[in-house]
Design a protein around this ligand. Structure first.
Ligand SMILES: [Zn+2]
Ligand SMILES: [Zn+2]
Length: 258
């Protein structure tokens, strides 16, 4: 095993993904309460005190909700961009913040981390590619569209966690107020199923073992619709061997490993 990951939970009610590789164990985002994070880690057989780092994508509450409390409770350093740190209020009383810069890779033990910028309506949002033992895992949620630089970052990863937020018709016809619909649909909002599938068709390679669809809306999407859109596109691209899974809000996913 070079890298393995499990999504602790994903959606507008909270996001966090556990990733292990190169002798390092970290969380990408910490959007549940500290107590919830600890409970979900225990379900996966991991002690919260054994987490070496929190990598944060952006300051929205569903990504940082428990970060400062978790960091203080377990002495875990927080890695995030300068913009995210300022917008999240890290640094005021949180001594454990390490500032990172998009496209400047850094090493955590035997794990190489490359943050890359993604288009979202937050201060300075990033996704991540993590590399250890010749394997790579890519992570991108909360993005309004998939520009070339994002696709470049995610291309040919062995494991992928990618947003598939909403079904366009369900969102358009659904109960959200118009200004929220406009925000979600915007270029700095969230990915719909078809755009997510289009990105996957572009980036999933022969070695991509599994794709976890994340940040599914409970109001404007269903796992069946998201999985069907992605499966159709991957099959068209000859990627029938790549496993697909839809992350849930309320419970952790299985482990995925390469
Ligand atoms: Zn989010
Ligand atoms: Zn967000």
């Amino acid at each position: 095993m070079a890298i393995r990951l499990a999504v602790l939970g994903s959606g507008s009610g909270g996001n966090s993904t556990l990733i292990e590789g190169g002798g390092v164990r970290l969380l990408v985002d910490a959007g549940f309460s500290c107590r919830q994070l600890a409970q979900r880690l225990h379900l996966l057989g991991v002690e919260p005190g054994a987490i070496d780092a929190l990598l944060i994508t952006h300051e929205h509450g569903d990504h940082v909700g428990g970060a400062a409390t978790f960091a203080a409770a377990f002495g875990t350093p927080i890695y995030c961009t300068r913009g995210t740190a300022a917008a999240a209020g890290f640094g005021d009383g949180t001594a454990m913040v390490r500032t990172i810069v998009a496209d400047q890779p850094f090493d955590l033990g035997g794990l190489r981390v490359r943050p890359f910028a993604v288009p979202h309506d937050a201060a300075e949002t990033v996704g991540y590619v993590l590399e250890a033992g010749g394997a790579r895992a890519g992570y991108a949620t909360d993005l309004g569209h998939g520009p070339g630089a994002v696709r470049e970052g995610l291309r040919d990863c062995d494991l992928l966690v990618v947003e598939s937020n909403h079904d366009l018709d369900m969102l358009r016809l659904g109960p959200y107020p118009e200004h929220i619909k406009a925000r979600v649909l915007g270029r700095h909002g969230h990915l719909d199923n078809e755009t997510a599938a289009d990105i996957l068709g572009d980036v999933v390679g022969r070695t991509t073992r599994a794709v976890v669809l994340a940040h599914l809306s409970e109001t404007n999407n269903s796992p069946g619709l998201a999985l069907a859109a992605a499966r159709r596109r991957l099959d068209e691209c000859g990627r029938r061997g790549t496993a697909l899974h839809a992350a849930e809000q309320r419970r952790p996913s299985p482990w995925f490993e390469v």
